[in-house]
Design a binder for this molecule. Structure first.
Ligand SMILES: NC(=O)C1=CN([C@@H]2O[C@H](COP(=O)(O)OP(=O)(O)OC[C@H]3O[C@@H](n4cnc5c(N)ncnc54)[C@H](O)[C@@H]3O)[C@@H](O)[C@H]2O)C=CC1
Ligand SMILES: O=C(O)C(=O)COP(=O)(O)O
Length: 529
C-alpha cells in the first residue's frame, strides 16, 4: 500500500511528530517553518491529511490547493479560521481536539486577571529594565470580593468560574444556552440579563466566535460598565470590538485589559500595544507543555486514523454526498435546519427537547431530518462545534431529549415537516414545506397559518388583533431606518395575530423596545438566517 502523506502546517509538540514519523504507513512533512505561500502552493497539494493550528487559515486558497486532502485536524478548539462548508463541499472531514487545552486557557485567563489587578508586567519592567525601585507607584487591587462576570460558561468559562471562587470572588455567569444549574451547582450566580454582566468589576469572555458573539462588547456596552472595569479576552479577537476597547482604555473608562487574542494575528503593530494599561500575550492560551503534548498526541493519532480511513474522531462536519440523496430531500433538510436555527433564536433559552415530525415521502428520511434540525437548534449556541456527525451526541450530553415521528399525511401538501422546540422558558412549533422541489416555505408558527420564506432578518411580532397595529409597526421600522422586504400576517382563533416582517439590516434593541411598548404587543422577537 502506498504511504499516506500527513502535512503538519503549524508547530505541534514533538510527541505528536514522533508518532507520525514512527508510523511506517505515513509520510510526514513538517512544514511548520515554511512560509505560508510556499505551504499553500507547493506542500498542501501533496497532503492526504493536514494538521493545523490558528496560524494556518483553511480558506479558499488552501482548499484550492488541497487536491488530495480527505481530512484536516485542527490541533485545538476554535475552528473559526477553517472554512467548514467549503471543506464539506470538497469532501474533506474537519476534526478538532476540543478539550485538551482547556486548562491552559483557563490558567492564562487567571494570569491575565492577576496581572491586570497588580499591573504586574509594568512593575516587573520598571524594576528589571529601568532598575527603578518605587513601591509607592504600584498599588493594585484585590480579586477578593470583586464581582466577576463570565460570558460563555462552557469548558473554559466554567473552570475560570470555579477557580475565581477560590479567590473569594463573587462570580456571575451569562450563557443563555446552558441549564442554570451548571453555574448554580458550583455556587456561582447565573443571569440571563446581559446588563448584570456589564455591572461587574471584571468581565471575561469564553464564547466561540460566531455572528452573534462578534462585537458582543462594543461602545454601548462599555458605556454602561463601571468606571475602572477590567476586561479579559482569552477566547477570540473581535468578541470585544477592538476600536471600542481601545477608546475605553484610552479614556480610562476601562482601567485595564488582559488580551491574548486579536482580530488579525499576528498582531505586532496593533494600536492596543501602544497603551500602558493592557497586558498582552501572543495567543498563548493553549501554550502549556501539558496541553500541547496532549493535543499533539491526539491530533497525530486522529490524523493517522483519518489517513488510513479507520476513524474520524471529533469530526465537525459530514461531507454530504449530495448525489446519494434523492433531489427532493435536500431542500427539506436545509429547511428543517433553518427552522431549528430560527426556533432557537426566537426562544433563546436552555433547550430541553427537539421533536421532529414528517408527513409524506420525505418521512423516509426522518433520522436525517432529526440530525439537521438538531444542528440548526444548537448552532446558535455552539457554532461550528456542532455538526451532522456529532449532533445527537452533543444534544444528549447536554441533556436534550430528541424525538421524531412519522404522521399520516392529511395536510394537503405533498410533504410537510415540523419542529417542536421546548426550552426552559417556552415552546415553539414551526412547520414548513417545499414547493416545486426548490421553494422553501414556513407554513405554520404555533397556531398561525403563514407563508414565509425563511431568509435574512425576520421580526416576529405577536399582537392582539386590533386595527392600526400594522401601521404602527411599519412606522417604528421606518423611523429606525429599517426597510421592509416582506410582511406576512397570520391570525389564530384567539383574536391574536402574528406578523413576520423581513427587513434589510440589523434589528437593534431600541427597535425591539419600541415594538414591545406598543399597546397591542404580546411578544416580539427576531432571528437571522
Ligand atoms: N486563547 C487560546 O489559545 C484559546 C482559546 N480558546 C477559545 O475559547 C473559547 C471557549 O472555548 P471552550 O470553553 O472550549 O468552548 P465551549 O464550547 O466549551 O464553551 C463555549 C460556551 O459559550 C456559550 N455561548 C455561545 N454563544 C453565546 C452567547 N452569545 N452568549 C453567551 N454564551 C454563549 C456556549 O453555550 C458554550 O457554553 C472558544 O472561542 C475557543 O476557540 C480555546 C482554547 C485556547
Ligand atoms: O484551541 C483554540 O481555540 C486556540 O485558540 C488555540 O490556538 P492555537 O492552537 O494555539 O493556535
Amino acid at each position: 500500500m502506498s504511504k499516506k502523506t500527513i502535512v503538519v502546517c503549524d508547530h505541534i509538540h514533538q510527541s505528536g511528530l514522533d508518532i507520525l514519523a514512527n508510523d511506517s504507513e505515513i509520510e510526514l512533512i513538517n512544514a511548520a517553518d515554511e512560509p505560508k505561500d510556499k505551504l499553500i502552493a507547493e506542500i498542501i497539494p501533496l497532503a492526504d491529511v493536514a494538521i493545523t493550528r490558528s496560524s494556518t487559515d483553511v480558506d479558499a486558497a488552501f482548499l484550492e490547493s488541497a487536491k488530495k486532502i480527505t481530512a484536516i485536524v485542527r490541533a485545538g478548539v476554535g475552528v473559526d479560521n477553517v472554512d467548514i462548508p467549503g471543506s464539506s463541499k470538497q469532501g474533506i472531514v474537519v476534526m478538532n481536539v476540543p478539550t485538551a487545552n482547556t486548562i491552559a486557557a483557563v490558567e492564562l485567563t487567571l494570569a491575565h486577571m492577576l496581572s491586570c489587578v497588580r499591573q504586574f508586567p509594568y512593575a516587573h519592567n520598571n524594576l528589571k529594565l529601568d532598575r527603578v525601585w518605587r513601591r509607592q507607584d504600584w498599588y493594585g487591587t484585590e480579586l477578593k470580593d470583586k464581582k466577576l462576570g463570565i460570558i460563555g460558561f462552557g469548558n473554559i468559562g466554567s473552570r475560570v468560574g470555579k477557580r475565581a471562587k477560590a479567590f473569594e470572588m463573587d462570580v456571575l455567569a451569562y450563557d443563555p444556552y446552558i441549564d442554570p444549574s451548571k453555574a448554580t451547582d458550583l455556587d456561582i450566580g447565573y443571569t440571563k440579563n446581559f446588563e448584570d454582566i456589564l455591572a461587574c468589576d471584571i468581565i471575561t469572555i469564553h464564547t466561540p466566535k460566531t455572528e452573534e458573539t462578534i462585537g458582543m462588547i462594543s461602545k454601548d456596552e462599555i458605556a454602561k460598565m463601571k468606571d475602572g472595569v477590567i476586561l479579559i479576552n482569552c477566547a477570540r479577537g473581535g468578541l470585544y470590538n477592538e476600536e471600542a476597547l481601545l477608546e475605553g482604555l484610552k479614556s480610562g473608562k476601562i482601567a485595564m485589559a488582559g488580551i491574548d487574542v486579536f482580530n488579525k494575528e499576528p498582531a505586532t503593530d496593533h494600536p492596543l500595544l501602544d497603551l500602558d494599561n493592557v497586558t498582552v500575550t501572543p495567543h498563548l492560551g493553549a501554550n502549556t507543555k501539558e496541553s500541547q503534548r496532549n493535543i499533539a498526541i491526539q491530533a497525530a493519532e486522529n490524523a493517522i486514523a483519518a489517513a488510513k480511513g479507520i476513524a474520524y474522531p471529533n469530526a465537525l462536519n459530514l461531507p454530504i454526498k449530495e448525489n446519494e440523496l434523492p433531489d427532493f430531500v435536500r431542500p427539506y433538510l436545509e429547511l428543517i435546519q433553518k427552522m431549528g436555527h430560527l426556533s432557537s433564536q426566537v426562544t433563546k433559552s436552555a433547550v430541553k427537547s427537539i421533536k421532529v415530525t414528517a408527513k409524506g415521502p420525505v418521512s423516509d428520511y426522518l433520522a436525517s431530518m432529526q440530525t439537521f434540525a438538531t444542528v440548526g437548534v444548537l448552532t446558535e449556541s455552539l457554532a461550528d462545534q456542532v455538526n451532522y456527525v456529532n449532533a445527537e451526541f452533543v444534544a444528549k450530553e447536554r441533556g436534550i431529549e430528541l424525538a421524531n415521528e412519522v404522521l399520516p399525511n392529511t395536510s394537503g401538501f405533498t410533504n410537510k415537516v415540523k419542529i417542536k422546540l421546548t426550552t426552559a422558558d417556552s415552546t415553539i412549533m414551526i412547520a414548513g414545506t417545499v414547493f416545486d422541489d426548490t421553494v422553501q416555505r414556513i407554513i405554520e408558527i404555533d397556531d398561525y397559518i403563514l407563508d414565509v420564506e425563511p431568509k435574512g432578518t425576520m421580526i416576529f411580532f405577536r399582537n392582539t388583533d386590533t386595527p392600526g397595529v400594522i401601521g404602527d409597526v411599519g412606522r417604528i421600522l421606518a423611523e429606525n431606518g429599517l426597510n421592509i422586504s416582506d410582511f406576512r400576517l397570520g391570525r389564530d382563533k384567539k383574536q391574536q395575530a402574528l406578523a413576520v416582517v423581513r427587513v434589510d439590516g440589523q434589528v437593534s434593541k431600541d427597535v425591539l423596545d419600541a415594538l414591545s411598548a406598543l399597546e397591542a404587543c404580546i411578544s416580539v422577537s427576531h432571528a437571522t438566517l
